[in-house]
Every structure is written in structure tokens, then in C-alpha cells.
Design a protein around this ligand. Sequence first.
Ligand SMILES: [Zn+2]
Length: 174
Amino acid sequence: MRCPKCGGQDDKVIDSRASKEGSVIRRRRECLKCQHRFTTYEEIEHEELFVVKRDGRRELFSKEKLTASLKRACQKRPVSEQAIADAAERITDEITDGHEREVPSKDLGERVMRELRGLDAVAYVRFASIYREFQEVGEFVEEVHRLATLPPSDKRQMALLPDGYDEPETKEKP
Ligand SMILES: [Zn+2]
């Protein structure tokens, strides 16, 4: 790695640390010529992964675009940048693990919905309603309808309940 200060080509790695999800490695380096310290990031290149829409159109997968749509859904919601970045990283890892060159847009949409459901109920419903407009009609639409027609009190409760939870928790006083 070329030293940004003196242009020297030799350096040593003094610290190496993986991101939380493990797909980015941060390396602290020291130039052997001028001792200047700098940081580099090593990331798996997700090259040539295409998202295939239902009508057969293909679009190059972009993590930035994915992150942007997650951010849009979480706008003004109590979801941190870090949580969004982690979600984008998880989704990217999953689809690149599961698909060689192409990922159906439905699959990508499902993973986004799953992540958003865990992050924030409002963000989830937001994304789902946009998804409904632009994507195929499916089980999500039913879920969104179901959520949208729930009375506000139930909706609030829903947001707190994890998957597969069917009975309201009753807290007994000791
Ligand atoms: Zn240097």
C-alpha cells in the first residue's frame, strides 16, 4: 500500500480488525520509510450480482442503493446509522452467499422486509407499502393490509412482539 504521506511502497500492518459482521477488515498500517500511520479497509467485492425483476429486467446489485432504501424507510425513526449499515451488510452477505450471479428481486425484497421488521415497525410498513406498489402482489401485501387494518393499540403491541408470538404476555406482580 502506497504511503499517503511520502509515497513509500513498504509498510507493516500494526493492527487488523474485522467489522461486526466480518465482511470488512480494517487495517492500521505504518509506513516503513516515514513511520506515518494510515488505515485501509478491505472489503469483499460483490461484483456482477444482478437483481432480476419479475419482468426479466436485470439491474446491477448495489449495496449503496440498498442502504439508501433502508435509510428512506427508517427516515425520522429511532434507528441508528449503524443499525442500518449492519442490516445492509447482513442482506448483502446473505444474497451473495445464496446466489452466484443473480438474485430475484422478490428474494431481495423479502430480506429487506425481514430486517426492517426487526428494526422498526413503522419503517417496515413504509417499505412494504412502497414494495407493494412496485413489486409483485404477494404475501407481503396481505401482511401490510393486516397491519394497516389493525386498531392502533394492537399495532403498537405488534411492534413489540417477536416472530411467532401468539399470546400476550401478562406480567404478574410478585
Ligand atoms: Zn511514508
